[in-house]
Design a protein around this ligand. Structure first.
Ligand code: ADP
Ligand code: ADP
Ligand code: ZN
Length: 218
């Protein structure tokens, strides 16, 4: 299964990707996570991306396409993947199409998580993640089952993202509207777009995605 999750920051892409990777046994390719790892490791790409990410702007297509091209070559992507945060521009979508075509592959579906912009600020403000395994949580909508303990790995340290502040969020929402939203008609034209209601509770969004994918599998 080759999937793309599409939606603005805070729509729930990472949350739903976590379920999809288990359901289909495919890796989650989160370009945001990859970039944050590069920043933490102090690589050349990390150095170039750091300030751009902190402002909430998009990292260049050239860098992002390079990162994804390399990641797609790993053997664990042979049976599919769920892309979370890529593509974010039409140029990235075209590059992805080319990269897959070179291997005789194509996407199975692009799932749009449709959300109201007003809800995103609250989602992003309450977001935190396990420092050890990266599992995502929310102050109101997704607390760990045992307070202070990660459901997935038992870790007890949690982190908040530096770019989850009001100003960077505003920039990220603008970047989404200007540069990423054009991907909706791009994928609709190709018959790949499946839109689900991202405002529903997490489990209901998951169920809607499952139904959409069962439709495709036939
Ligand atoms: P994205 O990867 O699209 O930026 P996340 O998956 O990180 O979004 O979700 C943003 C925040 O909102 C997280 O704290 C997550 O726990 C929470 N969240 C995700 N989906 C929902 C939902 N359907 N309802 C309420 N909160 C949600
Ligand atoms: P969110 O979960 O809020 O959607 P991500 O974790 O996906 O955010 O991305 C965080 C930041 O990393 C973005 O604001 C951007 O600066 C950079 N980034 C991630 N993926 C891409 C991409 N495909 N193209 C350009 N920049 C990206
Ligand atoms: Zn954890």
């Amino acid at each position: 299964m080759r999937l793309v999750l599409l939606g603005p920051p805070g729509a729930g892409k990472g949350t739903q990707a976590q379920w999809l990777k288990e359901r289909y046994g495919i890796p989650q390719l989160s370009t945001g996570d990859m970039l944050r790892a590069a920043v933490a490791a102090g690589t050349e790409i990390g150095r170039q991306a750091k300030a751009v990410m902190e402002r909430g702007e998009l990292v260049s297509d050239e860098i992002m396409i390079g990162v994804i091209a390399e990641r797609l070559r790993s053997p664990d992507c042979a049976r599919g993947f769920v892309l979370d945060g890529f593509p974010r521009t039409v140029a990235q979508a075209e590059a992805l199409e080319r990269l897959l075509a070179e291997r005789g592959e194509k996407l199975d579906a692009v799932i749009e998580l449709a959300v109201d912009t007003e809800a995103l600020v609250e989602r992003i403000a309450g977001r935190f993640a396990c420092a050890k395994c990266g599992a995502g949580y929310h102050d109101r909508f997704k607390r760990p089952a045992v307070e202070g303990v990660c459901d997935v790995c038992g870790g007890t340290e949690f982190v908040r993202r530096k770019d989850d502040n009001a100003e960077a969020v505003r920039t990220r929402l603008q970047a989404y509207a200007a540069q990423t939203a054009p991907l909706l008609p791009f994928y609709r034209q190709r018959g790949l777009l499946r839109t689900v209601d991202g405002m529903a509770p997490i489990a209901e969004v998951t169920a809607a995605i499952r139904r959409a994918l069962e439709d495709i599998a036939g």
